[in-house]
Design a protein around this ligand. Structure first.
Ligand code: GLV
Ligand code: GLV
Length: 337
């Protein structure tokens, strides 16, 4: 009998076509591009060989148990895999596909945007216009001033593809130096995706620890995976080390940053501003969230990879990973067990 696959969304056209062209599969698919019901997923997963899911679909033991031992492949439409119980898939020898290369440029573009928005107070400034306060705020030499990007030291927590693509974009802005921290502090990065470490026009070096990175950076970019050891690594101690004119940008996962500590750091002026694409407890952020009362914080609703071309490529690569996994072939990108 044909192998069953479950897909938790309708996909963009080229990906949908590729999926439907795989005639040897029994395709079970959530009918809209809105989040699928958990109960639907648990029910449909029974006997599935593969599941293609989104970062908002938890891939835990409950889901794997619901599928049973037919399950061989998970294809995640994301770069992050913190929604997947990695130990459980390792134990069950399930292959895990993901889409890291597809979204690097999109997220790096957004990271640069958030850095500039945080430094130049774009959220605060636009808020004044939207609430009709511009007439009370005539042009003046110090109106809405913030730190410049030229000459800054940029510190990266996590130095994978996205961080490196961000650095590549920042060098033409005239930054003077980059520091980075990976899981082995003080050690050179494992990969150099853009030749920045070999022949970069600026010094790019590993930080000896988080303290050095926090203390020396004018811009801190959080671009690491969320794991038990990165949860809340940006906490009140980190903010105390940071420069008063520094900005923090998080494009990774909300829980890497302690939100309460960030609110205090902004309130007390420990740091200048923040640009976030992710936050703890997203998407359940109400308009009265304390962070939204901080004018120097820009918060976007997790849209880092949201350009049209990227989402299309992520969809196509997810389907390719699913199909390759079922056939026992190489995926476009597979998470190492
Ligand atoms: C986005 O956050 C992703 O993991 O793809
Ligand atoms: C993170 O996984 C990245 O590719 O930057």
């Amino acid at each position: 009998s044909p192998r069953k696959v479950v897909v938790t969304r309708q996909l963009i056209e080229p990906a949908q076509k590729l999926l439907e062209a795989a005639s040897d599969l029994e395709l079970i698919q959530w009918p809209t591009d809105q989040p699928c019901d958990r109960s639907w997923l648990l029910e449909q997963a029974k006997g599935a060989s593969g599941i293609l899911l989104m970062l908002s679909d938890k891939c835990d033991k409950e889901l794997m148990d619901a599928a049973g031992d037919t399950l061989k492949v998970i294809a995640s439409f994301s770069v992050g895999t913190d929604h997947v119980d990695r130990e459980a898939i390792r134990e069950r020898k399930i292959r895990l596909g993901y889409t890291p290369s597809a979204l690097t440029d999109a997220v790096a573009d957004l990271t640069v945007m958030l850095i500039l928005m945080a430094q130049r107070r774009a959220g605060e400034a636009m808020g004044k216009v939207l609430t009709g306060q511009w007439p009370q705020m005539p042009w003046s030499p110090l109106l809405m001033t913030g730190p410049q990007i030229r000459g800054t030291t940029v510190g990266f927590l996590g130095f994978g593809r996205i961080a490196q693509a961000t650095l590549q974009r920042l060098i033409p802005f005239g930054i003077s130096k980059a520091l980075y921290l990976t899981s082995k502090p003080g050690q050179p990065a494992k990969e150099d995706h853009y030749g920045l470490l070999k022949e970069g026009s600026i010094p790019v070096s590993p930080a000896s620890d988080w303290k050095q990175l926090a203390a020396e950076s004018d811009v801190v970019v959080v671009g690491c995976a969320l794991t038990p050891s990165t949860r809340h690594i940006v906490n009140s101690e980190f903010f105390h080390q940071m420069k008063k004119l520094a900005v923090l940008v998080n494009i990774a996962r909300g829980p890497v940053v302690d939100t309460d500590a960030l609110v205090s750091a902004l309130e007390t002026g420990d740091i200048f501003g923040a640009g976030l694409d992710v936050i703890e407890n997203e998407p359940n952020i109400q308009a009265d969230h304390p962070l939204l009362k901080q004018p120097r914080c820009v918060l976007l609703p997790h849209v880092g990879s949201a350009n049209i071309e990227t989402r299309e490529q992520m969809a196509v690569e997810s389907v390719k990973n699913l199909l390759a996994g079922l056939k026992g072939e190489a995926m476009v990108n597979e998470v190492e067990p």
